[in-house]
Design a protein around this ligand. Structure first.
Ligand SMILES: Cc1cc2nc3c(=O)[nH]c(=O)nc-3n(C[C@H](O)[C@H](O)[C@H](O)COP(=O)(O)OP(=O)(O)OC[C@H]3O[C@@H](n4cnc5c(N)ncnc54)[C@H](O)[C@@H]3O)c2cc1C
Length: 394
């Protein structure tokens, strides 16, 4: 049986590892990047920590899985009748196809955002953002600026929470004289982290304010130009606007819609075995399962699917997929995080310890212990490409 998995993210990598552990042969993983991106740590990479914790080579992950063929290619089309998935370099025949392509950024048609805003969802976005911060400081040693983060979901909150401390350190390294740094976090919903409880939301907002972040909830971004962003009709002067809101399903599914039924939110409808059409399974952020959109759900989907396919191979009765709600843990600044699971809340340094523990567990579910430990420990390594900061901070 030839299994082709497309997408080397949480769901794709995990399903391949589990299938390989269960004795499946002939597995091909096709991904458009030769590395796995640990999104949840990108906010730390964006604020001066080593990218070794967010970027892990696929060849490192699969070094001890000789039955897995890793191919670097971008998949563009599907011919379900001929059981063929088409990449930019070549085509791949499959008996079983597993799609886990992740989501893409959308700007909801807001004028100017695509051209002028920064992002931290990909490695190149993170590098672009950091280069901008440092090159501005190099050019102008007198910093008096407003930084705007749009979207108070986990990514926006995590970034805003780290940014004030990071910018102060970078400004000092560059010898910026009067470092007046203002950080505004803009959110259209009436409160931060609208998917968490009000209790968690209030505590996180208080923590952000303590760190000097101005929280603007119930405010809509209307447009952006090179040097201002318009929020509820008012102009905020800023040339550093980070867009952390807005994701849409990968366009592959719409472009190949003959094989898929799309839900109103654009995600792919799957049955109780995460199957979208004969011999095609969709997992992770692409699948319209309950609690989709988190790394934990992506991993949970992957573990389920590998077990289901193994049962089919062994002629054992299949079990249907059971969605699970996982804890949410959001770090806000150094040594503080909010943990929430049902009515249980743990805030502060214990919350941060729990977060760090789950990160180690994530790495260990993908990598051998030694490599997992190295990736996890990289949080303590400062990494700057800016020459001034390299000398002063590392
Ligand atoms: C900044 C950020 C922070 C986050 N923080 C958290 C968090 O703290 N906790 C949490 O649970 N979740 C978090 N998430 C969400 C979590 O990362 C996603 O839910 C998870 O990555 C989904 O896994 P996936 O495998 O579906 O997609 P992804 O991990 O995005 O993987 C998709 C893969 O497909 C590849 N690909 C895309 N297009 C093609 C193509 N055409 N051909 C071949 N390969 C392709 C991509 O390169 C990528 O390797 C965060 C997300 C972001 C962006």
């Amino acid at each position: 049986v030839q299994i082709v998995v497309v997408g080397g993210g949480f769901a794709g990598v995990k399903v391949v590892i589990e299938l390989s552990k269960s004795g499946h042969k002939n597995i091909t993983l096709v991904s458009d990047q030769d590395y796995f991106l640990h999104h949840a740590t990108l906010y730390a990479t964006a604020t001066g920590r080593s990218k070794k914790e967010s970027v892990i080579k696929l060849t490192d992950i699969f070094a001890s899985h000789p039955e897995v063929k890793v191919v670097n290619d971008t998949v563009t089309a599907l011919d379900a009748e001929r059981k063929l998935v088409v990449g930019a370099h070549t085509s791949y025949n499959y008996d079983t196809l597993i799609l886990a392509l992740g989501v893409v950024t959308t700007y909801f048609g807001i004028k100017g955002l695509a051209e002028h805003s920064y992002g931290i969802k990909t490695l190149s976005e993170v590098e672009n953002f950091k280069n901008h911060l440092h090159s501005e400081l190099e050019a102008d040693k007198h910093i008096d600026k407003t930084y705007v983060v749009i979207g108070a979901g986990p990514t926006g909150v995590e970034l805003a929470g780290e940014l004030s401390g990071y910018l102060a350190e970078v400004a000092a390294a560059h010898g910026a004289k009067r470092a007046k740094i203002r950080i505004k976090l803009v959110e259209a919903a009436p409160r931060v982290l609208p998917r968490m409880s009000e209790v968690a939301s209030k505590a996180i907002e208080a923590r952000l304010k303590m760190l000097g972040v101005q929280v603007m909830t119930g405010c809509k971004v209307e447009a952006e130009t090179e040097d201002e962003v318009i929020v509820d009709g008012k102009s905020i002067a800023s040339d550093t606007v980070v867009w952390t809101s807005g994701v849409a399903n990968h366009s592959f599914f719409k472009e190949n819609s003959q094989a898929f039924h799309l839900a109103p939110n654009g995600r792919v409808e799957v049955n109780e075995f995460l199957q979208a059409s004969p011999d095609i399974y969709v997992i992770g952020d692409n699948a319209n399962t309950r609690y989709t959109g988190t790394a934990y759900t992506a991993l949970h989907n992957a573990v389920f699917l590998a077990d289901y396919l193994t049962r089919l191979l062994r002629h054992q009765p299949p079990q249907p997929y059971r969605p699970r709600l996982f804890a949410a843990i959001v770090p806000v600044g150094k040594s503080w995080a909010m943990y929430e699971r049902g009515v249980v809340h743990v805030a502060g340094w214990i919350g941060m310890k729990l977060r760090r523990f789950t990160e180690l567990r994530d790495y260990m579910s993908l990598l051998p212990f030694g490599k997992a430990w190295q990736a996890w420990r990289a949080r303590h390594t400062i990494e700057e490409s800016c020459e001034i900061c390299k000398k002063a901070r590392t």
